[in-house]
Design a protein around this ligand. Structure first.
Ligand code: FES
Ligand code: FES
Length: 187
């Protein structure tokens, strides 16, 4: 079977028609706890298949991470999971139990992303703004690991974040401005 062999694709009707079972259509967790932005947040009566993005936005009221493609392609939903940038749309919320989740709201509250947000505004790196929270998270993560990241490294670090509006020039300009300002301030 080749990767384009649609005749054997699992979506064929006869393969979808399963014997009826007594199993419930979906599983509901009675209760689990996430650690988000430094606080314990309880999630109740949720389907176990819900993504971290869905739970953050729809159950916990944290709408900073955006839902654009919902398939790991655009980076609009970027959050930190145990200090690693992930696409929250591709992580099951229950898989984040026991981990530390930080969203753009958490970074903003801690004041560690304010200069990035300001620089994006000043440089005109924000147009529709839909991609912006993801860029803020990605730039924050890059600069804490690689404060002196060169142009190529910055481009590579932001390659998972898609912007449909700005052409990227102004976003890159904003990153350079943050690097220069932090370097001047000795941060
Ligand atoms: S919404 Fe998650 S990567 Fe696009
Ligand atoms: S500013 Fe619109 S997608 Fe980036």
């Amino acid at each position: 079977m080749t990767s384009h062999d649609t005749t054997r694709a699992p979506g064929r009707r006869e393969e979808l028609e399963e014997e009826p079972t007594d199993a419930p259509a979906y599983e509901v967790a009675s209760r689990y706890e996430l650690h988000v932005n430094g606080a314990a947040r309880t999630v109740e009566e949720a389907w176990l298949g819900e993504s971290l993005l869905y739970v953050l936005r729809e159950r916990l009221g944290l709408s900073g991470a955006k839902n654009a493609c919902e398939q790991g392609e655009c980076g609009s939903c970027s959050v930190l999971l145990d200090d690693v940038v992930v696409c929250a749309c591709c992580v099951l919320a229950v898989d984040a139990v026991g981990s530390h989740v930080e969203t753009v709201e958490g970074l903003t509250r801690r004041g560690v992303a304010a200069d990035i947000q300001t620089a994006l505004l000043d440089a005109g790196g924000v147009q529709c703004g839909f991609c912006t929270p993801g860029f803020v998270v990605a730039v924050y993560d890059l600069l804490r690991r690689r404060p002196d990241a060169g142009d190529l490294e910055v481009r590579e670090a932001l390659s998972g974040n898609l912007c449909r509006c700005t052409g990227y020039g102004r976003i890159l300009e904003a990153v350079r401005a943050v690097q220069e300002e932090r370097s001047r301030a000795g941060v």
